[in-house]
Design a protein around this ligand. Structure first.
Ligand code: NAI
Ligand code: MG
Length: 386
């Protein structure tokens, strides 16, 4: 496709996006992401209407609600959600994260958590890259595994729990009854990987590899220790790959070994297909190896409404100081543009970010990289390059 056709295709397209800035630096970085998306989309003649939603700590403390049902119906009208971060020291940990973030992921069955990781110029990395560049992407299953919310604590040695769960493509009902002798306190948490769940995330990982022009997908497993849960994941993923993507090799690596390899050779991986738990952990490791939370972008993708958000949280330690790095949020905006078919705009943002980092003097860089540029100054510098 040449540039002219692409321009014609998207010219005049209008998108309505729900913005949930959330708490702490979420409020600060999301503004910069919106600026960058507006500037990039206008290159293709597309435009964005932003509809703000107040969900987060302040709203919860005032009204007692996290994510009301009426909001979910309203959110469905939009093309996407752009989210900053939720979480506040004034609210018990977990209430906002579960009530807003995880709720949105489950309600809209956003089964893919996509977390790319790439080297940027002038970003110090904790381990030498050996002349290589990190350019990998964690494709994390986002609805199953240990994150089904099915757990209980037994103080008296006996655990009884009823399971009644509606989740995307299936419902799960049953009963968990466990008795431990002698009667000591214990806890149990159910992890589940389903055939359909593994199949759809594996297909997404393979399509991602195809788009990247790669012939390898790394299946992150731990079947030696948890043969049922991860043996099933690894075998189901391997079968989908060999049946449907003959050109791709599904390479199985246990998660502990992967951590070791990643630290020694951070630049040697491409698509990392992960069950939910390992994907959560590996993507933070990748973010750290690439240089920091302030550049780690993320997307939660499903067949319905998808949601784009930086990997980082609300960073109460730097909120309000202007020291937040908005690059992660800006790059999450690029993932949103790509998802909506605005490939040229997405690339424009990515090129502007690396161009700005390459050309910047130390002082012009984000505080995170020993610079002195405030959140909005970084946003402005990126917009200028778009
Ligand atoms: P965090 O990601 O907010 O912060 C970890 C560290 O990284 C802090 O030192 C922070 O200053 C730094 N950092 C994070 N983002 C940065 C940025 N853009 N620029 C510069 N420095 C940055 O994780 P933490 O401290 O564990 O959690 C804080 C709150 O955020 C908690 O309430 C937590 O539950 C919530 N949280 C929310 C998430 C979300 O909404 N997606 C994800 C992770 C945490
Ligand atoms: Mg995490």
């Amino acid at each position: 496709m040449n540039e002219k056709n692409e321009k014609n295709e998207n010219s005049g397209r209008k998108f309505s996006v729900a913005v949930i800035p959330g708490d702490g630096i979420g409020q600060e970085v999301i503004k910069e992401a919106q600026k960058a998306v507006d500037a990039a989309a206008s290159l293709e003649g597309a435009s964005f209407e932003w509809v703000g939603y107040p969900f987060g700590a302040a709203h919860y403390l005032k009204t007692g609600e996290t994510l009301p049902k009426s909001a979910i119906d309203e959110l469905k009208q939009h093309s996407a959600i752009l989210l900053g971060a939720v979480g506040d020291p004034a609210v018990k940990p977990g209430i906002l994260e579960h009530g807003i973030l995880l709720a949105l992921r489950f309600v809209f069955d956003q089964y893919v958590n996509l977390r790319p990781s790439m080297s940027l110029p002038n970003v110090p990395t904790p381990v030498p890259l050996g002349g290589g560049k990190i350019d990998s992407v964690v494709v994390r299953e986002n609805t199953e595994d240990l994150y089904m919310g099915l757990g209980a604590i037994a103080q008296e040695g006996e655990l009884e729990a009823t399971i009644n769960l509606e989740r995307g493509k299936y419902s799960l009902r049953g009963h968990l009854g466990l008795l431990i002798s002698p009667h000591v306190p214990f806890a149990a948490q159910i992890a589940l990987n389903s055939g359909g769940g593994v199949a759809r995330i594996t297909r997404y990982a393979c399509e991602t590899a195809r788009k990247r022009g790669e012939k390898r997908v790394t299946i992150v497993s731990k079947s030696n220790a948890a043969p049922a849960l991860y043996g099933f994941f690894e075998e189901s993923a391997g079968k989908i790959i060999s049946d449907e993507y003959p050109e791709i090799t599904g390479e199985v690596v246990n998660v502990d070994a992967l951590c070791y390899h990643l630290v020694r050779q951070p630049a040697s991986y491409g698509v990392l297909l992960c069950p939910n738990l390992f994907g959560d952990i590996i993507s933070d490791l990748q973010a750290g190896l690439a240089g920091g939370m302030g550049i780690a972008a993320g997307a939660n993708i499903g067949e319905g409404l998808s949601m784009f958000e930086p990997v980082h949280g609300s960073a109460p330690d730097i909120a309000g100081t202007g020291k937040a790095n908005p690059i992660a949020a800006i790059l999450s905006g690029a993932l949103m543009l790509r998802h909506l078919g605005l490939e040229r705009s997405a690339s424009a943002i990515e090129n502007a970010v690396s161009g700005y980092m390459a050309a910047s003097q130390r002082r012009e860089r984000p505080f995170e990289f020993s610079g002195e540029a405030s959140c909005s100054m970084v946003g402005d510098a990126v917009v200028k390059r778009i």
